[in-house]
Design a protein around this ligand. Structure first.
Ligand SMILES: [Zn+2]
Length: 431
């Protein structure tokens, strides 16, 4: 018994295929792609007329909060949110409680995620023990458990010598370092972008240099060690130049942009009361935002990922100074990308699939993000013609902290297929 998806626009960056065709899944794998496929007797048929049929999204930046912070999110609720967002593989960041800095915890998360079976979860290992920045975690032990990336996300490893050591290990193992770039000494209590809006609202600001200094340092260390450096949540116009220069020199660097950073600017922050606009790095100036869009369009930034960061309603009811940083993103990422970048002509649908699936899979060196015949069937059916109003109460995530509540967005995930199994179908009630 298989699944035949008919009449969809099949978009597969791995082969450059972009055409209306049928696609058949048999068991866990893509069986066939052809102009017309006759369904076999027991096959389930899904009519995807008007929809994109793309490789399932690969999100390099997700906070599942488990172990330890299950009031914010669990592996299960986060996995369900991923499936609803069309995400079939995600990287879970290690800044949980306790920090994922050892093989046992890597096992715990990945086994639990496997039991949920809603999305593939790859746990990132922390770079230093307890994320304290003092000594390296058990990197080789975690590598044996299949860790595909290391990260200190939530902060930077401020000790350059220690980071250099970690990068050498990552280079040997051929896994990327996912770098959160923030010079902690320079933050000085900042809670939003240092600029016009922070002055108007009279709250401490975070300057671009906070991010740029560490990005520049990390690029230099990547050059010296040969490690693959992936810059998380780029938010400044200078990150555009830094990445371009590094790439021109042949340094192994990639950069991601999150939907909130290409959609919003500091000017959108309504007041210092609404911390659904508070994240790290912060919403920047219009100039910064425009550079991010330009960079996504011209290939400087290769990846779109969410930095999905759920918090409880109580925590986010606090004001800008007191609430924690972060917003949820898994369930709005595809429609924000479509609405803000594809519909407007900055990206083609092919580039959307590239940045949300194919490139991140390549960065992780996993055999996903490709729906060629014979590949594992992680597939998303995305309908660009339907619009909806974002209602956080509909989220599968435990987090409701989004600045996009009430927004009308274009494009919905209709169906998500994981290893040939349907894990999400949009229902009538969700329309
Ligand atoms: Zn981060």
């Amino acid at each position: 018994m298989g699944i035949v998806i008919t009449n969809g626009r099949i978009i597969n960056p791995a082969t450059g295929l972009d055409s209306i065709a049928d696609l058949r899944i048999a068991g866990e794998r893509i069986d066939r792609i052809a102009g017309r496929i006759q369904a076999e007797e027991e096959d389930q048929v899904i009519d995807a007329a008007g929809c994109y049929v793309m490789p399932g999204f690969v999100d390099l930046h997700v906070h599942l909060r488990e172990p330890g912070q299950t009031d914010k999110e669990t592996i299960e609720s986060g996995s369900m949110a991923a499936a609803r967002g069309g995400v079939t593989t995600l990287v879970a960041m290690p800044n949980t409680s306790p920090v994922v800095d050892n093989p046992e915890l890597v096992d715990f998360v990945q086994e639990k995620a496997k039991d949920c079976g809603m999305t593939h979860v790859l746990q990132a290992g922390s770079i230093t023990k307890g994320m304290e920045g003092k000594e390296l975690s058990d990197l080789s032990g975690m590598l044996e458990k299949g860790v595909r990336a290391i990260s200190e996300d939530g902060k930077s490893v401020m000790d350059s010598g220690l980071l250099r050591e970690a990068m050498e290990i990552a280079a040997d193992a051929n896994i990327p370092v996912l770098a959160h770039c923030e010079d902690i000494r320079l933050v000085q209590g900042g809670v939003m972008n240092k600029g016009k809006r922070s002055e108007e609202l009279d709250v401490p600001g975070i300057s671009n240099a906070v991010e740029n200094i560490i990005e520049a340092r990390d690029i230099m260390l990547a050059e010296e060690t040969g490690a693959a450096l992936h810059l998380c949540h780029c938010s400044t116009k200078e990150s555009y130049d830094l990445i371009r220069e590094a790439k021109a020199k042949g340094i192994r660097v990639s950069g991601e942009v999150c939907p909130h950073h290409f959609t919003l600017t500091e000017e959108d922050i309504p007041s210092s009361e609404d911390s659904n606009y508070k994240m790290n790095p912060p919403l920047r100036s219009r100039e910064d935002r425009d550079a991010l869009i330009k960079g996504l369009s011209d290939g400087t930034f290769e990846v779109i990922s969410t930095d999905h960061a759920p918090h409880t309603d109580e925590e986010k009811a606090k004001d800008f100074v007191h609430a924690p940083f972060g917003i949820v993103g898994l369930e709005t990422s595809a429609s924000l990308t479509y609405t803000q970048l594809v519909k407007t002509g900055y990206l083609t649908p092919m580039m959307m699939a590239e940045k949300m699936s194919y490139r991140p899979a390549q960065i992780l060196h996993i055999d996903r993000g490709d729906i060629s015949e014979g590949k594992m069937a992680d597939v998303v059916i995305f309908d660009p013609n339907t619009s909806y109003v974002v209602d956080p109460r509909d989220f599968y995530s435990k987090g409701h902290n989004t600045p996009f509540a009430g927004w009308t967005l274009n494009g919905v995930v209709r169906t998500t297929i994981l290893d040939g199994r349907i894990v999400y179908t949009r229902t009538q009630e969700e329309e």
